[in-house]
Design a protein around this ligand. Structure first.
Ligand code: G
Ligand code: G
Ligand code: NA
Ligand code: MN
Length: 254
């Protein structure tokens, strides 16, 4: 495993890159956005996935520096696509420790203002229910402040934490991302299917959007559509890809 110091150097050296995974409306085919997913282009070890390095900086201030880099990079990429005539809302995963920084709202607002083509709804922050949120009232107020300048929120891995319903009740998130474990086993496990149905009902009742992640096969997609899910993300639609591969994927998807 790499040390925090090595990761700090990697950030300074520009060794982190963002991959992007499309989110689509499986009913209409519309591409509704992309999720930015960090990778480490390690000079000796090759391309590393987050599981290989994010745990090292969990709860460490470097996670905030990396998070700020990810946000800035994703917004720059959004702007580059916008300038090329491609308007592609971008979702960024945000650590609880980052969201809870005292100056988070002001710094985010400043970063967005550096990118004039970013309009309300173009940036979504995905919050993990597992690590978020010792202080629900505080985080809810941060979300509300960000929403006031057009940033949306999604509850990531929804249904796997201990407090899903509390989060749903208190956080002004517009999107639920039902965890991919329920989707993965839906074809064999009737109870996971029941959870998918129940959470969809919850989303409808609370007027939230909902997206199924981990759509790995066409059959998963078809079943989800039949149940009433419209939004999907997963390998059957597209794998995470470098930014430069996105325009060609969009062409092939049309
Ligand atoms: O990219 P991959 O599917 O391997 O991502 C694994 C996990 O790492 C995902 O659950 C995702 O939430 C998390 N992750 C990916 N990119 C980022 C990022 O930029 N910041 C944070 N905090 N988490 C990320
Ligand atoms: O929501 P979260 O940030 O946890 O999810 C992003 C992670 O899920 C990324 O690491 C991505 O590579 C992974 N992922 C995306 N689509 C699929 C899929 O269809 N199947 C599986 N197993 N993983 C996926
Ligand atoms: Na995510
Ligand atoms: Mn997730």
């Amino acid at each position: 495993h790499e040390s925090v110091e090595r990761m700090r150097d990697a950030l300074a050296n520009g060794e982190f890159v963002l991959y992007y995974q499309p989110k689509v409306n499986m009913s209409t085919g519309e591409v509704v956005g992309v999720e930015a997913l960090v990778r480490w282009q390690h000079p000796e070890r090759g391309l590393l996935a987050p599981a290989a390095f994010l745990p090292t900086i969990q709860q460490h201030p470097l996670a905030i520096d990396l998070g700020e880099w990810v946000l800035a990079q994703a917004l720059s990429q959004f702007e580059a696509w916008a300038n090329a005539g491609i308007r592609l809302p971008v979702s960024v995963n945000i650590d609880a420790i980052h969201l809870q920084q005292a100056d988070f709202v002001e710094r985010l607002r400043a970063e967005i203002e550096r990118h004039p083509s970013v309009a309300p709804g173009d940036l979504e922050l995905e919050v993990l229910e597992t690590n978020a949120l010792e202080d629900i009232a505080h985080v809810a107020s941060v979300m509300k402040a960000c929403r006031a300048f057009g940033v949306e929120f999604a509850l990531d891995d929804f249904g796997t934490g201990y407090s899903s319903l509390t989060y749903l009740r208190h956080f002004p998130a517009t999107m639920l991302k039902i965890d991919r474990s329920f989707v993965r086993d839906m074809l064999d496990d009737p109870e996971d299917l029941t959870i998918l149905e129940g959470v969809l009902g919850l989303a409808v009742a609370f007027r939230r959007d909902i997206i199924a992640e981990g759509v790995e096969t066409l059959l998963h997609g078809r079943m989800l559509l039949a149940m009433g899910y419209q939004l999907g993300q997963g390998y059957a639609i597209a794998r995470p890809m470098p930014a430069k591969a996105v325009p060609a994927w969009l062409e092939s998807w049309r």
